[in-house]
Each structure stands twice: as C-alpha cells, then as structure tokens.
Design a protein around this ligand. Structure first.
Ligand code: ZN
Length: 325
C-alpha cells in the first residue's frame, strides 16, 4: 500500500498535520493513532516511523530507500513493533522496549522507535509500565500507539500522547473503488469490513489465508442449505482442513459473523452487506433458527481463538450450536 497516496486522498487533514510537523521539526514523542476497525493504523504508524529515518524524505517517507525498506522488512534494529491484534501485549514486551531503549541507538539515524498496535489489547501490568515510560521518554525515543477503540484507552495514556484520528471511508465508496481497481464485487463486499482502503483490500483478496477462509465459508453455507447432516459432514471433511491456522480460522469466523448479521438483515428487510450472496442468504434465513443467539455465539467463539483453543473443536462447537434444535 502506498501510504502517501492514501493520506493525500483519504486523510487530507492528517496529511497536512504530518507535513507541518515534519517541516517545523515538531515531532512529539508519542502519538496515538485512532481509527475504526479496518483503517490502516499499523501501516500509517510504520509510515511515520519510516519518515523519522528516511534517507530521501519527500518530505515524508519515500518508502523506497534502504531505511524505509528495512522498516517494512522488520530489520531496522532501532524499531520495535508489538502487535496487539496478533497477541496480547504484555509487561515483558514493554520491559523489552524500556531495557533496549535505555542504551544508545544502534543505527546511525540515532532515533529509537516503538510501535504498539492496538493498545486496547494490553494487560494492565503492561499499561502501567508503558505509562512510566511515556512520562519520561528518552530524548530520541518515539512511540506510535494505535487503537480501534479510544474509549477503552486509559485517559492517562491519551493525555501523554498526541491523538490523531483516521477518518473512515464510506463503505459503498470503498467497495466501488476496490472493484474499479480489479477486485471482484464478492471479495470487495466480504473484505470491506476488514480493510478501509481499496489498495490493501485488493492485496488481501489475493492472499491464500483469505481465499481458504472464503472457500470454507461458502462450502459451509451451501451445506447448511442441504441438511444438518450435510453441514456436519462438510465441516469435518472440507471446512476444517482449510482452516488450519489461527489466521484463517479468525478470518472465517469474522466472515461468518458478517453472514449472520446479514441473515438478521434479511429478517428485518434491511439492505444486505453481501449483496452477491443475496439469494443464498435469503434461503438460509428461512432455514436457520435462533439467528441472534448464533451471532453472539460466533462472536464469542472468535475471541477464543487467541486463547490457544483447539481450532477444530471450536469450529465443531460453532456449527453444532448453529444447527441445534
Ligand atoms: Zn525512505
């Protein structure tokens, strides 16, 4: 994804703020990037990190020089990234940062940067350690924190950072643009929940994790239409083998959530998010019962993936709950 183009097109105000900050050399020691799920928070955080070390600033990160590329590749020694989306951020992670950043910078650029993506996914102990560090940051230490839920963030973190809000792109506009870029309408609709810019959406529509999760989803939905026995048979024979990794399973349950929201939309005569599945969703809505209960159950189950549960057992549980009498 080209972050400069994204900022110019979708976040013009933020772009002006960044330009002014860099021109006037008034970079804060801590930023909190806030945006709805799907906004490219981590990408923008990485872009700002690149801007601090870029060999050929334009005036922001060029995204082409060696330093920018090493940030992308994760090989820049003075950058530490912890991703709360992948794993809860713990006190040990913050200790790792504070320990390392007490020393002087390793790279010639002389700045040390850390990114904590989705700080709402931090343990209380980690937040407490972070607060101490935010209060007395080293001279050349810069923090980029992100959140999809500002209301969950302690006011003490917010007050120690400069908060920057990423605007959400209208979903219809996003779907239209993604299709113009070459995504199928089906993929654009399914992924519009996860990504809030068309380039990233298109890139992800071509990834294997997504393709496997989508294939599993469609097989499962078609099996629901045949019979309960078929639903269980297909689950064990075709769906589970496609969802071997946490990432694909998470994707799958997220998409199943959108499907169940749409099934409720059918009942309420609302416009569907997944218009390409219109016919199948209408049939499913008349076939499946207790939709609200199932939706809550799917969302709860999705949260359990991070707790190292057995994915196959979790999927069994989800499908059995959906088809129960
Ligand atoms: Zn560069």
């Amino acid at each position: 994804m080209n972050v400069t183009n994204y900022l110019i097109k979708y976040q013009p105000i933020l772009y002006r703020i960044f330009l002014n900050t860099w021109k006037n050399k008034k970079v804060s020691h801590a930023y909190l990037l806030s945006g709805e799920p799907g906004t490219p928070l981590k990408e923008v955080a990485l872009f700002l990190a690149k801007t601090l070390v870029c060999d050929d600033p334009q005036p922001l990160a060029c995204e082409k020089c060696l330093s920018c590329i090493r940030i992308s590749d994760g090989t820049f020694s003075d950058l530490m990234v912890f991703d709360g989306q992948e794993k809860t951020i713990r006190k040990e992670n913050v200790s790792e940062i504070t320990f390392d950043f007490e020393k002087t910078a390793f790279e010639a650029k002389g700045v040390m940067i850390y990114i904590l993506h989705l700080v709402e996914n931090m343990t209380v102990e980690a937040v407490n350690s972070l607060l101490k560090f935010l209060e007395e940051p080293g001279k050349n230490v810069y923090a980029f924190l992100t959140t999809e839920n500002e209301s969950k963030i302690l006011p003490t973190i917010i007050s120690r950072s400069q908060v920057l809000n990423l605007k959400t792109i209208n979903k219809d506009e996003l779907i239209k643009e993604s299709v113009e870029l070459g995504a199928s309408l089906e993929d654009a609709e399914l992924l519009s929940r996860f990504f809030n810019d068309s380039t990233t959406l298109l890139e992800n529509s071509q990834k294997q994790d997504y393709q496997d999760a989508k294939k599993a989803l469609i097989k499962q939905l078609e099996a629901f239409l045949v019979s309960k026995n078929e639903a269980v048979f297909i689950l064990q024979r075709e769906v589970t083998p496609l969802l071997r990794t946490k990432e694909t399973a998470r994707f799958y349950l997220d998409m199943l959530t959108i499907v169940f929201e749409d099934l409720i939309n059918v009942k309420l005569n609302n416009r569907l998010v997944l218009s390409t599945y219109d016919k199948m969703l209408k049939e499913l809505a008349s076939k499946l019962t207790h939709l609200d209960e199932s939706l809550v159950m799917i969302m709860t189950s999705r949260g359990k993936i991070d707790l190292n549960v057995n994915i196959s057992l979790l999927l069994d549980y989800v499908i059995f709950q959906i088809i129960k009498e």
